[in-house]
Design a protein around this ligand. Structure first.
Ligand code: PMP
Length: 290
């Protein structure tokens, strides 16, 4: 595997970041998780747009332009002969002192890792997931806004541990007011009648790229889409529930906190969206090999 670090490519064993990098010392940095399908990078522009938004919000000045960042991702895929894979793009604050102050960090580091990996087993897609609500609430947007895709994922990691302790793969995270925010690494949707609902960004959701794709596909299919405040009750009485994310794609949730959702199997609206999503991922994106 060849890993991109600041314009050069390194073998896996030589791909290293300093222990004085504030990305490691303080989780001070940002990232993107991106997918390649069928020789194309899916929604690359949107991912780089979001990276720039995250950078702006944490006052990190990116060392590459938007176009250069896109090229670094595509070139890393090419060098690793990726046709279908997962790409991790991260930008750390860079090497500083042991102190917290980011103004001691002179230059941010850009890392791109492109790997051939499949996140979830096929069984999850066929049967759907059994998930639980966890005690750790999503970060307050007035403290660390969940819209920033930062390297500081301890909030999500704690929720993931609580899900695992409860025997589940994923967790519903509520916000501090008790409304549904999102899952640990995915956005959440419910279907009720002809309406699709998903928590708003203000409720503590990440502006998910897959979330937006699903909203667009749903509207095209004649569904209405809303972003109301959702409570656990709304999840329990939904016809269908699914989560979305770059790694997970679209996965049905068939049980939440012991309540069977709808029929207890992936529902027709979810299955319809999965089909449309797969067609789109297969046929669009930034070409790697042209
Ligand atoms: N929420 C969180 C907390 C995430 O980390 C992610 C990305 N893994 C998502 C939602 C889904 O976003 P996307 O569809 O852009 O991958």
């Amino acid at each position: 595997m060849k890993i991109y670090i600041d314009g050069k490519y390194y073998d896996q064993k030589n791909a290293k970041i300093s222990v004085f990098d504030h990305g490691l010392l303080y989780g001070d940095g940002i990232f993107e998780g991106i997918r390649a399908y069928n020789g194309r990078v899916f929604k690359l522009k949107e991912h780089i747009d979001r990276l720039f938004d995250s950078a702006k919000s944490i006052l990190l000045s990116l060392p590459l332009s938007h176009a250069e960042m896109m090229r670094a991702v595509v070139e890393t895929c090419r060098r690793n002969k990726i046709r279908d894979g997962y790409i991790r793009l991260l930008v750390t604050r860079g090497v500083g002192t042991l102190g917290l102050n980011p103004n001691r960090c002179k230059s941010p580091s850009v890392v791109v890792i492109a790997d051939k990996m499949q996140l979830y087993p096929e069984e999850f897609y066929q049967k759907g997931l059994d998930i639980i609500t966890v005690p750790t609430t999503r970060n307050l947007h007035s403290a660390l806004n969940p819209a920033i895709k930062s390297l500081n994922y301890l909030n999500n990691v704690l929720a993931k541990i609580e899900a695992n302790n409860g025997g589940c793969e994923e967790a519903v995270m509520l916000n501090s007011q008790g409304f549904v925010a999102e899952c640990t690494g995915d956005n959440l949707f419910i279907v009720k009648g002809n309406q699709l609902s998903t928590p708003s960004l203000a409720a503590g959701a990440l502006y998910g790229i897959t979330r937006q794709v699903v909203i667009d596909l749903a509207k095209e299919s004649g569904l209405t889409v809303a972003e109301p405040n959702l409570t656990r009750y709304d999840l329990f009485i939904a016809d269908e529930c699914f989560l979305t994310g770059t790694g997970a794609e679209i996965i049905s949730e068939v049980k939440i906190d012991g309540r069977v959702i709808g029929s207890g199997t992936p529902g027709p609206v979810t299955r319809g969206l999965v089909e449309k999503f797969r067609a789109l991922t297969n046929a669009s994106g930034q070409s790697i090999y042209d």
